[in-house]
Design a protein around this ligand. Structure first.
Ligand code: ADP
Length: 480
């Protein structure tokens, strides 16, 4: 069958070559920003290519290599690409379920092909799974596009919409006319579909490169703003974190500054003790030394207050905040670190309303602090993972941030979160104490523990909007 010089095997050969070439090209182009999701995407491309190649070998290779194997490869390819898109939404599957579904898929396919020997049913099954998987890709591509404002995913979505329409058309044609299936690449798999397939490979791959570059550019832009004056919410968080970090660097000199009044307090206290013991000081001399102690205590206090004022979050602004959006918005601040350290970020959320009344900037600052701490804890962990989930408990909405790092030593658990408590050389020990204050100002609590599976676990408990409003009324209720 020839259409204007191109025939069906040719178009499939072209897609096959593109499927092999483009993942390799994507892989090379994304050098430096490659993450597990890029690997999944490229692996999906190679699986498609290998599948098409095997189909082209029908009549040459045995049936098992040209019927079940390519279909398993296609199915795996779809799953890998779906996984890559889910990872964009930080909702990756555990590998167990994709593996089980591949085995089930093979059993059903072979059940229809060998068990029932029904060619029409097999074609219908093939078309239906292509349709279903493309539909999932379209859904996810648009979800990523809208939620993360990565508009390159729309190309991926649109090209699959076109493919889906052509497949539906083929399916209807197949139902109405029946098929002749002697030739592996004729019948259902028409020239149009072959050419569109080739086109979709190109557009999808460039779309995907676009997504990765989008992500890189957005996190670089975020990083660049670090030193600027805070102009909007996001910049405010960065400025806030920046101040904390610069304080980290200043902590050595602050330590020195605070040491002076403390040393003076100590020596004056010892002087009074010895003087009184030996009866060398009269009461006016004791009062004089005690005054010095009071003066130095006030000095030390002023230094601490200065530090607090420097870091303390500014005034609280309460609006409705969707916790799902908050988690995804805040992760943008650590995207680049996630990529560089190859840490997996998983996110899942409960159904229903996830609204709280609060200050999005400050709540985001709490999350970014927890993410940063987790990243620091995962520094030496192979296959590091941060898992974030949102759930409902009796009276709270709960954001759980968990990592698979070394966790917190049991004997330190009680101290973690106290101001200035840190186990890090450069740490200031303020992140968690400020986070606790922010969450408490929102009528919630920050719980710190170790996860059962190892790693640290932080739970941000916040009253949902209705409870938060009730609480506000009860807080400000006038006495009857
Ligand atoms: P800093 O990061 O400056 O030390 P924080 O208040 O943010 O200050 O953290 C206090 C301490 O809590 C850290 O020094 C560390 O010992 C512990 N910690 C925080 N997050 C984690 C985590 N994800 N895993 C292990 N320990 C952690």
């Amino acid at each position: 069958m020839s259409h204007g010089g191109l025939n069906i095997p040719d178009t499939y050969l072209i897609s096959c070559l593109l499927f092999f070439l483009l993942p390799v090209m994507t892989w090379i182009l994304l050098n430096g920003v490659r993450s597990l999701r890029v690997t999944y995407w490229c692996f999906g491309g190679l699986c498609f290519g290998f599948g098409v190649f095997l189909i082209l070998q029908r009549n040459v290779l045995p049936d098992w290599a040209t019927y079940p194997l390519p279909n398993v490869l296609f199915f795996t390819a779809y799953l890998a690409r779906i996984q890559a898109l889910r990872m964009e939404l930080y909702a990756a599957w555990k590998l167990f379920w994709p593996c089980v579904s591949i085995v089930l898929f093979l059993l059903v396919f072979e059940g229809i092909r060998v068990g029932l020997g029904d060619q029409l049913l097999r074609f219908e099954f093939v078309i239906i799974y292509h349709l279903a998987m493309s539909a999932v890709i379209i859904y996810l591509a648009f979800e990523v596009g809208f939620k993360l404002k990565m508009f390159n995913t729309f190309f991926i979505g649109l090209v699959h919409v076109v493919l889906l329409i052509v497949m539906v058309y083929q399916f209807i044609f197949l139902i109405n006319n029946g098929i002749q299936v002697e030739s592996a690449v004729s019948g259902v798999l028409s020239l149009k579909l072959g050419m569109l397939g080739a086109l979709s490979v190109v557009i999808s791959h460039f779309g995907y490169i676009g997504i990765s570059l989008d992500r890189l550019i957005s996190s670089e832009t975020q990083l660049k703003t670090t030193g600027w004056v805070a102009l909007n919410q996001k910049q405010q968080i960065i400025a806030q974190l920046d101040r904390q970090r610069s304080l980290g660097a200043m902590s050595a000199s602050l330590g020195h500054e605070i040491n002076q009044p403390l040393t003076a307090i100590m020596s004056n206290a010892q002087l009074v003790k010895q003087g009184v013991n030996r009866g060398l000081l009269n009461s006016s001399e004791v009062i004089e030394v005690l005054d010095k102690i009071i003066f130095n205590t006030q000095r030390a206090n002023a230094i601490v207050e200065n530090i607090r004022g420097f870091i303390k979050p500014t005034s609280l602004e309460k609006n409705k905040v969707d916790l799902g959006e908050l988690v995804l918005d805040s992760v943008k601040f650590i995207n680049q670190k996630l990529m560089v350290l190859d840490v997996d970020f998983n996110f899942s959320k409960a159904e229903g309303d996830l609204l709280v009344l609060g200050d999005a900037t400050q709540l985001s600052q709490v999350l970014v602090n927890l993410y940063r701490n987790a990243l620091e804890a995962l520094h030496e962990t192979v296959l590091g993972k941060i898992t974030v989930s949102i759930s409902h408990s009796d009276e709270y909405l709960v954001i759980t941030v968990q990592d698979n790092g070394p966790g917190i030593a049991e004997h330190l658990l009680a101290n973690i979160g106290e101001p200035f408590f840190s186990t890090k050389n450069e740490g200031l020990g303020l992140g968690l104490s400020i986070s606790k204050t922010i969450i408490e100002q929102h009528g919630g609590q920050l719980l710190i523990s170790n996860a059962e599976a190892g790693g640290a676990c932080f739970k941000i408990m916040l009253p949902p909007v209705k409870n938060a409003v009730d609480k506000l009324y009860s807080d400000y209720a006038m006495p009857a």
